[in-house]
Each structure stands twice: as structure tokens, then as C-alpha cells.
Design a protein around this ligand. Structure first.
Ligand code: CTP
Ligand code: MG
Length: 227
């Protein structure tokens, strides 16, 4: 079974104000946190690290496993597409945002396991604990049923051939999604979920970096099943 990872680090951090993936947290750049986790996962053979074109040579990485650097695209989806186009001989591909430095080994392993079981993909997710409302202008229009809602995180694991074809279909039809599972869902594939964590935050704004500093200072509590 050939398992490979696409680690996305080609964004420009417009909402953050700079390329957040290269910021240092406790002396290590954010993207390196994910590489460190991937290094502990035996079943993963290699990582495709997607970087902005201008940073390809400059960025130094530390990894026991092979890492192949790829130039990213304008949108996240283009970056994933570029990486998928480079990958040969692969059964399961895991797509992970380097903006989530606290994803755990278990999240990767459970996502892979679900694809091995026969699902076309598995997303790391948590149950929504806030009540989610739909609004238009200054009026609340609808309160969604929280029991039916999940918050999607990464890593997300997919059958390689299927995610590649879903991305090709989306490109042809000019469709953009905020995650890869969406492209799979609209292509009719069966996606399941595995357990994420409220600590698996995505660093989007400066506020999130403050939270990340706190998280990096605590011992992660033992997980209790939430699904
Ligand atoms: N990403 C990427 N290529 C892009 C855009 C995003 O590889 N063209 C990556 C980012 O580096 C990040 C992940 O996708 O790890 C999630 O994206 P996001 O949090 O939106 O990061 P940015 O796009 O950098 O931030 P912003 O949207 O605020 O510009
Ligand atoms: Mg973005």
C-alpha cells in the first residue's frame, strides 16, 4: 500500500499579514511541526511539500523521510492540483494544511484506516459546539441543527485515483471548494470522518497565533472518543 502526503504551505497569509507557515513557534517554523508528525507515521512513504515558487530553494527542511518540494498555485485548490499531478504510484493520499501544526499522528492514522476500510475519503472533524446561524443583512434567518453539523479540519485522506479525478472534474467545470472533500462529495464519492480536536486549530489571524503559543505550552490531554 503506497501512502503519500501533500503538505500545503504555499499560501500568502493575506488575513494574517505574512506567510504564516514560515513563522517560528518555539524555534521551529510552523510547517516543520507537520513534517515532524509525518516522520513518526511508518506507513507514510513521502511528502510533497507545496511552497510558493519564490521560496522553493530558500526553505530548509528536516525530515528522515523523502520530501519533494513543489511550487504552489494561486488558490489552495491549484496548489493541491499541482501536487496531485506530480504524484505517481499512490494508493492513498493525505492532504494537510501546514497552518494546522497540532494535527496528531492518530488523526492521520484514523483517516488512512477509513480509506483502507473502503471509504473514498475521510476528513478529520469535530462536532460543532457553538450554535450556527444563517443570516442575511442584519437579520438572523435560520438556526441550524447542531446535531447534524461537523467542523472539517485536516488531515483528510483519499483514494488517490478518486481525488485526482474529482480535482480534474472541478477544474473542467470551474468549481472551487474550500476543502478537497467537497470536490469528492460533488463527484458522488463516499466520504466519512475521523476524530479531530479543538486543539487542531488553523492559524488564520494573529489571534490564532496567540492561541497556538498557548497550545504549544500545554501537554495534550488524552483523547476521549467524541463520535
Ligand atoms: N495554501 C496553499 N496554496 C495556496 C493557498 C493556501 O498551499 N495558494 C495553503 C496555506 O499555506 C495553508 C492552507 O493552504 O497551509 C490553508 O489555507 P489558509 O489558511 O487560507 O492560508 P492562506 O491562504 O495562506 O491565508 P489567506 O487565505 O488569509 O491568504
Ligand atoms: Mg487562503
Amino acid at each position: 500500500m503506497k501512502v503519500k502526503v501533500i503538505l500545503l504551505a504555499a499560501g500568502y497569509g493575506k488575513r494574517f499579514g505574512e506567510k504564516k507557515q514560515f513563522l517560528k513557534l518555539k524555534g521551529e517554523p510552523l510547517f516543520q511541526y507537520s513534517l515532524n508528525t509525518i516522520n513518526k507515521i511508518d506507513i507514510v512513504q513521502e511528502t510533497y511539500l507545496v511552497l510558493p515558487q519564490e521560496d522553493l530553494e530558500r526553505i530548509k527542511i528536516f525530515s528522515f523521510k523523502p520530501v519533494i518540494k513543489i511550487a504552489g498555485g494561486v488558490q489552495r485548490q491549484d496548489s493541491v492540483y499541482n501536487a496531485l499531478a506530480h504524484i505517481k504510484e499512490c494508493d492513498i493520499v493525505i492532504i494537510h494544511d501546514s497552518a494546522r501544526p497540532f494535527a496528531t499522528e492518530e488523526m492521520f492514522l484514523e483517516a488512512i484506516e477509513n480509506v483502507k476500510k473502503g471509504f473514498d475519503g475521510s476528513i478529520t472533524a469535530i462536532k460543532t459546539t457553538d450554535t450556527i446561524k444563517k443570516y442575511k443583512g442584519d437579520l438572523i434567518r435560520e438556526t441550524l441543527n447542531r446535531d447534524e453539523l461537523l467542523q472539517a479540519q485536516t488531515p483528510q485522506a483519499f483514494s488517490f485515483e478518486k481525488i485526482k479525478s474529482a480535482h480534474e472534474k472541478a477544474k473542467k467545470e470551474n468549481i472551487t471548494g474550500t476543502d478537497d472533500a467537497y470536490l469528492m462529495e460533488r463527484a458522488g464519492y463516499r466520504i466519512t470522518y475521523n476524530q479531530g480536536s479543538h486543539l487542531n486549530i488553523k492559524i488564520t489571524t494573529k489571534e490564532d497565533l496567540k492561541l497556538a503559543e498557548c497550545i504549544s505550552n500545554i501537554q495534550t490531554p488524552k483523547r476521549k472518543p467524541i463520535f
